[in-house]
Design a protein. Structure first.
Length: 323
């Protein structure tokens, strides 16, 4: 098939939507299809449209339905679609109604949709492939810092990520704590950058490294004792899969996007914005080896969910339904 993949994020964007679109285009090409990644739809004769983001790609969905009324449309729902836009955006709801199929990134996303839309939903968990330069180190085993208890935070600084929550929690730890927060990701605004620099000046446990290469992100993640995902909203964070594949246990905010990937019974959740609860989990992870081993075992058991072959098979099955 000739497939158009529309994403609101422009080329070379550091936005997760663009990264997802490029990765999905690679999967679809591996499956034998011709794929064009674009920011909009201009009347091209695609056999299928894949639109990433129900609200922001609504114009493309609507135009494709007008130009190619008999061709299928797949709408991939992001975290902001599911947990914000569906409540107030008529465009997001219209995209869902026009879609032939809906793709979500974790099972709990289905709960956010009404009964009419649910039969169209297919869950496709984003897979994880470490860069080749770091694969041998991951296979040979983890190298963990001993003089410090490194806590990795991976993600560009945006409000929705609550990027300084881990640094704030680290301030509350006992004086004897060896926790060091290592934050990788760029500041998306000047204000975020100034706050990160100020936090480093005030907080000796916080170290912001800025944007790093994928290989360096993986090395840092794999050498850390735990990672923290403190987001206020997620559709299904790729950072969770990366941490699991790197065998670095996760401490995560209790939001549907995280619980959908880690499971209801996962024992290392904290409520969004609860700095004290996060500090308590960091303290426990550092001092309680059995707790940390339990998190490690639970994450290891989830690793097959992020196998690239599994994601590729899910896309093949989805496209087969519409062939």
């Amino acid at each position: 098939m000739r497939i158009g993949l529309v994403t609101p994020a422009p080329p070379r964007s550091r936005c997760g939507n663009r990264i997802t679109a490029e990765r999905w285009s690679g999967i679809l090409r591996e499956l034998g299809h011709r794929v064009t990644v674009a920011e909009s739809y201009g009347g091209e004769g695609y056999d299928l449209l894949v639109a990433l983001h129900a609200r922001r790609s609504h114009a493309a969905v609507r135009a494709f339905r007008r130009h190619r009324p008999g061709s299928p449309v797949v709408v991939a729902l992001t975290g902001t679609d599911l947990y914000r836009d569906m409540r107030w955006s008529a465009s997001a709801r219209a995209s869902v109604e026009m879609a032939t199929r809906l793709v979500v990134l974790q099972p709990k996303a289905v709960d956010e949709l009404d009964e009419r839309a649910r039969p169209k939903v297919r869950v496709i968990i984003q897979s994880v492939s470490p860069p080749r330069p770091v694969l041998p180190a991951l296979r040979q085993g983890r190298r963990r810092a001993t003089s410090t208890f490194d806590v990795c935070v991976v993600g560009h600084m945006r409000y929705v990520k609550d990027p300084f929550r881990t640094a704030m929690a680290a301030r509350l730890l006992p004086a004897a704590s060896r926790v060091r927060v290592v934050h990788l990701g760029s500041a998306m605004t000047e204000a975020m950058g100034r706050r990160a620099l100020d936090e480093m000046d005030r907080n000796p446990r916080y170290n912001w490294l800025g944007e790093q290469s994928p290989a360096e992100v993986w090395r840092t993640l794999a050498s850390s004792r735990v990672s923290v995902l403190s987001s206020r909203m997620e559709g299904g964070a790729n950072a969770i899969g990366e941490s699991i594949v790197a065998r670095t246990p996760i401490i995560a905010s209790r939001i549907a996007g995280n619980v959908g990937l880690l499971g209801d019974g996962y024992p290392a959740y904290f409520d969004v914005g609860d700095t004290s609860a996060l500090a308590g989990l960091l303290d426990r992870a550092e001092r309680d080896a059995r707790f940390l081993d339990d998190l490690d075992s639970r994450c290891a058991a989830l690793a097959p969910c992020f196998d690239p072959a599994r994601e590729r098979a899910a896309w093949a099955a989805l496209l087969g339904e519409m062939a």
